[in-house]
Design a protein around this ligand. Structure first.
Ligand SMILES: Nc1ncnc2c1ncn2[C@@H]1O[C@H](COP(=O)(O)OP(=O)(O)O)[C@@H](O)[C@H]1O
Ligand SMILES: [Mg+2]
Length: 273
């Protein structure tokens, strides 16, 4: 298996009309099979990174590689890259195109020109996997936000991507829908997919991610396991990113006895974060 699925090497990207580059020499490698989190202040370039990763924008300089090979910006290669790398937009409305759930899920498959029988069976299977069968014929605009989010993930997963990128997927979701979403992502990961999630929820990052990327002003600042990243408190505070709650507690002035108690209850505390 390829060690890294997606690689950015010294990537620069400036939006037309802007003076400053939004991606400013970004180098990062997404390891295969991991649950990765991407954090950084608003405007640091997370969404832009996603849009370049699946070829919606092209770097001004630098290289983006998929499975070790540089992206090629022609129609055929881009269509393949968009099957291999699924992107879930922050706002599901941006993703949903058809009127019913089943039609919406079949849309990408129809675009690939697959035989009708295969489209039908893949849609049926994904409806079951995402517990959407009961909603198959429901108009998408009648769904709750949590349901729309599930549909937007099903839309992408039906194309069988290897890497799933999610842009702030828990934004606007309540606790129940966030938990459902995390269960869905757990299942997707168990099927062997690699995940990359941009988020501001550091507690979620701490208990969910295997690997964390921290971006600032279009560059990668730190990466590593959650423990390694969040132990670099000074850097994160300078970036105004804060820390997961457990770290706030651990790094406050604790007596030795309090420290022992916190260590003992660490696992339990995480369950409730
Ligand atoms: N379509 C666009 N045109 C011009 N500037 C943009 C556009 N999209 C984003 N930007 C700018 O690029 C910077 C990074 O944005 P973005 O990638 O959305 O950051 P993040 O997702 O980390 O919040 C911001 O300063 C933003 O204003
Ligand atoms: Mg964003």
């Amino acid at each position: 298996m390829q060690e890294y699925l997606l690689e950015f090497e010294q990537v620069y990207y400036t939006y037309p009309g802007l003076q400053q580059p939004t991606l400013n020499g970004l180098s990062m490698k997404i390891p295969s099979g991991k649950k990765c989190a991407l954090i950084g202040q608003n405007g640091c370039g997370k969404t832009t990174m996603f849009l370049l990763a699946n070829g919606l924008y092209k770097p001004n300089s630098g290289i983006i590689k998929w499975c070790g090979k540089p992206l090629i910006y022609n129609r055929k290669e881009l269509s393949q890259i968009r099957q291999d790398i699924g992107l879930i937009f922050q706002d599901p409305e941006q993703q949903i195109v058809a009127s019913t759930v089943a039609e919406d899920i079949s849309y990408g498959l129809c675009n690939l020109g697959l035989p009708t029988a295969e489209i039908k069976s893949r849609v049926e299977q994904i409806l079951i996997e995402f517990e959407l069968t009961n909603l198959a014929n429901k108009p998408v605009h009648h769904l709750s936000l949590g349901q729309k989010k599930r549909v937007s993930i099903a839309d992408v997963m039906v194309l069988k991507p290897q890497l799933l990128m999610l842009d702030e997927p828990t934004a606007y979701l309540d606790i129940k829908h966030t938990r459902n979403l995390m269960k869905t992502l757990q299942k997707i990961h168990q099927h062997g997919n690699t995940l990359l999630m941009a988020t501001h929820d550091l507690d979620l990052v701490y208990r969910w991610a295997d690997w964390v990327f921290v971006m600032d002003q279009g560059k990668l600042i730190i990466e590593g396991t959650p423990d390694k990243v969040f132990s670099q408190r000074k850097i994160l505070e300078d970036l105004d990113l804060g820390l997961p709650l457990i770290y706030e507690i651990l790094f406050s002035d604790l007596s030795p006895q309090e420290e022992i108690i916190i260590e003992r209850f660490r696992a339990k505390i995480f369950k409730y974060l």
